[in-house]
Design a protein around this ligand. Structure first.
Ligand SMILES: NC(=O)c1ccc[n+]([C@@H]2O[C@H](COP(=O)([O-])OP(=O)(O)OC[C@H]3O[C@@H](n4cnc5c(N)ncnc54)[C@H](OP(=O)(O)O)[C@@H]3O)[C@@H](O)[C@H]2O)c1
Length: 289
């Protein structure tokens, strides 16, 4: 996806009207990133039971108050709420509406069962740094209209790195690394900081050092052409202090195994959630027929 825009071409804009159904951590982060990127959020109506304000948007507390059927309907509530909330939205997701679901693990087929009339259904797997336009987003699905596909892609490119995935398995793979990744990186930074405190630094200084070290290393790697192995090799001189530290992480592939087990556990939970929503959707279909 290209970030370049052509002079004289329409600026990137949010389709009007756009609904955000649910606006907690993740959906709120998407809106934060768009706001930071200078996008006009006035086409957005947020539907959330708390009615808590979201700068630049109109907020309502129920679907009935939202108004005309949206062109884009972004689903940003918890997957466990789908069977309860989707039937309220169904009548508003017609031939003009593309549904973008960020619900982790809920497959297109399940979504199609809830929104049979929608023009298109897209799954988005963003991560939290979209809030500062340094996010990663995977997209999968068929918006039904190639112009809208481009527009949805561009809206997520405006939040960092975004790409369309070939299938839902690849989307799940992306989500297992990038979607959950910020939580794992946060734990690693915290562990580095804790080690600093144990060596006598104040919590404040140790946290800053750990954060800046991760930021500096990833920035250097992202802007240069080095692999992570090369970065590690440049820090660790033979038989030196870092090499002694790396030997602990590398012994019996300790870190690789820990990360693999971490991601496996999340993937396992993802499969359970997908199965739960599939069952709930079948139960709902049975209730409607
Ligand atoms: N957090 C992440 O890093 C991440 C990453 C990728 C995908 N996701 C996906 O993003 C979705 C939201 O996760 P989250 O972490 O943002 O959750 P969250 O912070 O708990 O937000 C949930 C939102 O759902 C709203 N909600 C609850 N009941 C509703 C109803 N009946 N109608 C409309 N909205 C309702 C809540 O409204 P109020 O604000 O009024 O309480 C809240 O805004 C999940 O499906 C998750 O799988 C999250």
């Amino acid at each position: 996806m290209s970030k370049a825009r052509i002079e004289g071409q329409d600026m990137l804009h949010i389709p009007s009207p756009t609904w955000f159904v649910g606006c907690g951590n993740m959906a709120g982060a998407i809106l934060d990133g768009w706001r930071m990127g200078g996008l006009d959020l006035s086409p957005v109506t947020v539907i959330r039971p708390s009615g808590r304000a979201v700068e630049g948007t109109r907020v309502v507390t129920s679907v009935e108050q939202a108004g005309l059927s949206p062109r884009l309907m972004v689903l940003g509530f918890k997957p466990q709420r789908l069977a309860e909330i989707a039937p309220q939205l169904r009548a508003y997701a017609g031939a003009q509406t593309v549904v973008v679901s960020i619900l982790a693990g809920v497959e297109i087929e399940t979504m199609r069962g809830y929104f049979p009339e929608a023009q298109g259904i897209v799954r988005g797997a963003p991560n939290l740094p979209v809030a500062v336009r340094r996010g990663v987003t995977g997209l999968y699905g068929e918006p039904g209209d190639s112009g809208l596909k481009q527009q949805i892609g561009d809206l997520f490119v405006a939040l960092g790195f975004a790409m369309w995935m070939a299938d839902e398995q690849k989307l799940a793979a992306l989500a297992s690394v990038a979607g959950a990744g910020p939580a794992y990186v946060a734990r690693f930074v915290a562990a580095l900081a804790k080690a600093g405190v144990e060596r006598g630094l104040s919590e404040d200084i140790a946290s800053t050092l750990a954060l800046e070290t991760v930021l500096g290393t990833t920035w250097m790697a992202a802007t240069g052409r080095e692999t992570m192995d090369e970065v590690a090799r440049r820090v660790a001189s033979p038989n030196g202090t870092t090499e002694a530290g790396l030997a602990v992480l590398d012994r019996d592939h300790a870190l690789d195994e820990l990360v693999a087990r971490t991601i496996d556990a999340a993937a396992h939970r993802g499969a359970e959630l997908a199965e739960e929503s599939r069952r709930a959707s079948l139960a709902e279909a049975g209730r409607l027929s």
